[in-house]
Design a protein around this ligand. Sequence first.
Ligand code: PRX
Length: 644
Amino acid sequence: MARKGKEAVKEATEALLEEQRVFRPLPEVVVEANVSPKEYQEAIEKGLTDLEGFWEEAAEELDWFKKWDKVLDESNAPFYKWFTGAKCNITYNAVDRHIKTHRKNKVAIIWQGEPPNEKKKLTYYELYRRVNKFANVLKSLGLKKGDRVAIYMPNLLETAIAMLGCAKLGVIHTLVYAGFSALALRERVNDAKAKVIVTADGLYRNGKIINLKETVDEAMIECPSVEHVIVVQRTGQPIDMSDGRYLWWHDLMEGVSDECEPEILDSEHPLFILYTSGTTGKPKGILHVHGGYMVGINRTLRWVFDLKETDIYWCAADVGWITGHSYIVYGPLICGGTTVMYEGHPLYPKPDRMWQIIDKFGINILYTAPTTIRMLMRFGSELPRRYSLKTLRLLGTVGEPINPEAWMWYYQNVGRERCPIMDTWWQTETGMFMIAPLPLSLLKPGSATKPFPGIHADVVDKEGKPVPVGKGGFLIVKKPWPSMLRTLWGDPERYVKQYWDVIPGGVYTTGDVARKDEDGYFWIQGRADDVMNIAGHRIGTAEVESAFVAHPAVAEAACIGVPDPVKGEVAKVFVILKKGYEPNDELDKELRQHVRKELGPIVIIKSIQFVESLPKTRSGKIMRRVLKAQELGMDPGDLTTLAD
Ligand code: PRX
């Protein structure tokens, strides 16, 4: 077991270290790209010498009700403000402004249901009308600027409409991934004090119907702030709507006016809260705002993914994560593009589903995650080879480091050695791509290449000193950027402590470790803290541990991430049982079920090991590092603080 882990790590490390292949973009890709090599060079220069000028120029591409007095306000760092004095609304930019142009009848969203025969297309004008109606529904329920709405939905058109409708009024939305459990939903709804939950009766996942409404019912046992639950009828199975707080989406939308003026908002007005895992059991509510966020995602999408008016663009993520917010909904709509939203599982009904969708809609840009690529690789290259995929121009990946083998498979079998791969490094906190190539870049498989213009990223030691070329260190960002998080909802102290007080010099700590090579390329190596990355989902080991100890049989638990060939990482948990409990298969099964209930199916537990004791520091802190080293057969490092 340990041998296997050790070998896997050695292999992966060697593969990364030996990775020296460089891929040049095809001349036609460079010539046709939105940004020329000269413009790119100038942008890099400007990002270094005139940061505010660079972002001001980017902001000019959007519509503002009133322009800013100041581009960047650093007076209360690290609570940075961007475009202060400006008035705007992101929904106005994503929807309203397009209906005054030739885009009025252009398809804004192509929605593909999991059942293959279900698809819908929505033009900008239709989207505009529905967003207005939904905003009016919220108004009729008494919602006002600054109130919170939780959206617990799969990838449906209504999900995008709900997000845009909230933003139109200055109502703050918080999406909760539909795979999260009732307890996780409740925790987020209560932290945000949401007045409304928008959900669906059910969702399709891998051919099965999952009843979402039931999960909401369970969460609602203790959600005192919630006044109404709006339910979209998606799967149509009978559900109990007798509770007066539950209202059907379709009833509410009927007969409502399709006109609604956008709220004129301060640039810094909150847009959404998105919860993500940290190193404690309590998720962090990342707060993003209207102005800077739209500037960042517009510029990065146009430049990195080269999004064009004529493109059909598919980001195969879930709207419940930041990728879905920035690059399924807001980004592509702001750019006036056509965004594809797929409801279901990538392998349903067969493992060629993704290739089939690409050919069906003539997709030009595909953005997915390394874990999905590795999963698809298992079915062999014959499957994508059966499809033309000729419309593809550009590919993207996100969520975790992509191993060169998966990169090559994607490049050869999907992109047919014609499409450059944009490996985009970013986070829920950053809102937009931070380290990523442009179509003109030289690519090295496994590297996210270089920081985007205006992003001052570096790799440093814990004192903040840059580490030598080729050496690992902490990935940091030295200057603010417009789509950065503004704070943690309700916890500004944790915001400062977690991101700005870690490494000296007033720099933003990403929590990742990385190295830079001799060409200045960044190689992300993973998390520096106790956060796992399971299939591209961030899950704190502390969250898993607290779920375990919530079970009556468990006295103590320690969780570590261990490598997995498809998921990237999975959890292994060491458990000390309370007196009177015996370790056995039944308890193992029960614990797994319990954790699934507490946290949802996204936590993949490889194994549970029942132990008598755990390695701890003298002050009683569990040394996960020691467990991990033991598991993977590596050097555990300094053991002087180990108690026993
Ligand atoms: O560890 C990095 C990894 O995912 C983390 C951010 O997770 P989350 O906030 O959930 O956002 C994921 C989608 C943006 C990072 O701290 N990560 C993300 N993209 C990459 C990556 N690691 C390596 N390469 C990437 N391209």
